[in-house]
Design a protein around this ligand. Structure first.
Ligand code: FE2
Length: 417
């Protein structure tokens, strides 16, 4: 693969002259202070849903369509990718992985622009590895947006996807599944469970071919004494009863049992767009919030020298973004939620405004991974009672379901050796 970071080790078997020993201790102190010992640091992003700007620039029609959507802030794609570049350079991980839904909806032009961005990250010395999601390959209607209209653009068949991202993936027995050998200590089993056809529902599939490939990787890793984290686009574990069938891949039990058999304890996924960590029987599936949505999440996964594996979900650093950006992006997502909440309500104006504001606050907290069931302010809020008095409203049902589910720490996960 040619990208593996080489870690040199020192032998302390012999007695050293005093001067050499002092110099060695000083050098080790400098290395340790810089955090440059044998930790492996991985950075992950998911669901960029990037749309190449020439495909929508100046189109109010696109903005109106996006405003009716699920909260994506695709119109800020350029600012977001520029800030992500600065964030990657500032974090300086050993590798950046992207767990699918790279393009907005399969446009070849978007993939080509992203490949250039990935090349610039690699030029800065940071390898980039990708797997596709359900919005990347053979999407039936990749579109550009003009003045009050849309037009068809070139899509991305698998062979084009392979060529565009040739430096950032491998093709094998199970689609674009391969082991990203990030360091001598940590590999990421990049597991491509996308189904390359457009369907009304968007499940992933972990087939017997995937199982054979993954077991081979896990056996090799065991022999080499290397830890493995798996990465998929779709979820490995159930996170919520909401749309469960669309988000957990088919064959997830087979993948989960392989992970448990070989001591894999963490899967990195996306697709859900909600920052959420599911835990079940010694295995965790960390679904990363969509990068294209406020608060623009990414994750840092560190395998420490002592064998501890630490996952931290972070938000794009405000200083790398244009002034006022985080608020602008938050308002966009909150406005979309509030509009949807209001659409299903009738009654007194002030009450509706209060309920819509609450719905937006609740939805943003849930999506960003900060909603906690044990925070009484959610049920103490007068707007909560108003929502619950309208039990048949879709938003009431959604909130009741979310509030009925357990919440753990959705931003941080620490796994011992
Ligand atoms: Fe997806």
């Amino acid at each position: 693969m040619g990208k593996q970071r080489m870690i040199k080790r020192c032998s302390f078997g012999k007695k050293l002259p005093l001067r050499t020993a002092v110099m060695l201790i000083a050098a080790l102190w400098v290395l340790s202070a810089a955090g440059a010992m044998a930790d492996t640091k991985l950075m992950a992003v998911s669901d960029l849903h990037y749309l190449e700007p020439s495909l929508y620039r100046g189109s109010d029609y696109f903005l109106r369509a996006l405003r009716r959507g699920d909260g994506k802030a695709t119109q800020y794609g350029e600012e977001l990718m520029a800030a992500l570049y600065r964030t990657v350079l500032s974090e300086r991980p050993d590798a950046l992985i992207v767990t699918g839904d790279l393009a907005f909806n399969g446009e070849q032009l978007s993939h080509r622009a992203l490949a250039e961005w990935f090349a610039s990250v690699e030029e800065a010395g940071i390898p980039v590895w990708v797997i596709p999601g359900n919005h990347d390959i053979n999407v039936s209607e990749p579109l550009g947006y003009g003045d009050g209209m849309v037009y068809r653009v070139d899509g991305t068949p698998p062979e084009v996807f392979a060529a565009v991202y040739a430096d950032h993936l491998e093709m094998g027995e199970a689609g674009f599944s391969y082991a990203a050998k990030v360091s001598d200590e940590l590999w990421v089993a990049m597991t491509d469970v996308a189904i390359y056809q457009d369907m009304a529902v968007t499940p992933g599939l972990f087939s017997s071919r995937h199982a054979a490939w993954l077991e081979g990787v896990l056996q090799e890793a065991r022999k080499e004494g290397v830890r493995v984290v798996t990465a998929t686009h779709h979820g490995l574990l159930a996170h919520t009863e909401l749309y469960r069938d669309n988000f957990v891949m088919y064959g997830s039990e087979s993948m989960a049992s392989l992970c448990r058999a070989y001591g894999v304890k963490m899967n990195l996924s996306g697709h859900l767009h909600i920052q959420h960590i599911a835990r079940d029987d010694g295995l965790a599936d960390a679904a990363l919030g969509a990068f294209c949505m406020w608060p623009h999440r990414y994750a840092v996964v560190t395998l420490r020298e002592d064998g501890t594996l630490v996952y931290d979900a972070k938000a794009l650093y405000g200083l790398f973004l244009p002034e006022g950006f985080p608020d602008r992006s938050r308002e966009w997502f909150a406005g979309i939620t509030a509009d949807k909440a209001k659409a299903g309500l009738s009654g007194i104006g002030d009450e509706i405004e209060m309920m819509a504001e609450y719905a937006a606050r609740f939805n943003l907290a849930y999506f960003s991974g900060t909603y906690r069931k044990d925070d009484p302010s959610w049920t103490d809020d007068p707007a909560y009672a108003l929502w619950m008095s309208r039990g048949n409203n879709p938003f009431s049902k959604y909130m009741a379901l979310v509030m009925s589910e357990e919440t753990g720490d959705n931003l941080r996960l620490v796994i011992g050796e």
